[in-house]
Design a protein around this ligand. Sequence first.
Ligand SMILES: [Zn+2]
Ligand SMILES: [Zn+2]
Ligand SMILES: [Zn+2]
Length: 151
Amino acid sequence: MQQLEMLEKPTRLSCNICKETKPEDCFSFDASAGKRGRAHRCKECEKARLRAFYLKNKEAILEKGRKTYRNSIKPQAKAKVRQAMEKGLLTRQPCEICEAAEAEGHHDDYAKPLAVRWLCRMHHKQWHAEFGEAPNACTVRHWTPTKERML
Ligand SMILES: [Zn+2]
Ligand SMILES: [Zn+2]
Ligand SMILES: [Zn+2]
């Protein structure tokens, strides 16, 4: 009975952020709020704050990821392959599985930029579906190719 009485007269609290007075339910429990027992900002304002925080951080996390990628050896390995092909040190080969002429250079290990295998789009996709990303894709390193690597 006592519980019912409590439900019949809901307490209304004001929110510090939107300045609205809302039923107690609209505020989450907060032991640090003393006698009030509920947070000083309503759930909606709390949600908005978290969303803003998330969006801000998402951008920062994405940017960090982009930076890591630019500094990682994977794009560097790809660039080295391109350069070696331009210099005639590396020639495009047909797919080593099906011998299709349109093959892509694939690295078993990005730390060995010129150790390239040639796979057509389909077999290349298949390789990564089976083995995932090749080792060292995310390794951040500024290496200079040694002579034997260039050869
Ligand atoms: Zn509010
Ligand atoms: Zn193939
Ligand atoms: Zn690959």
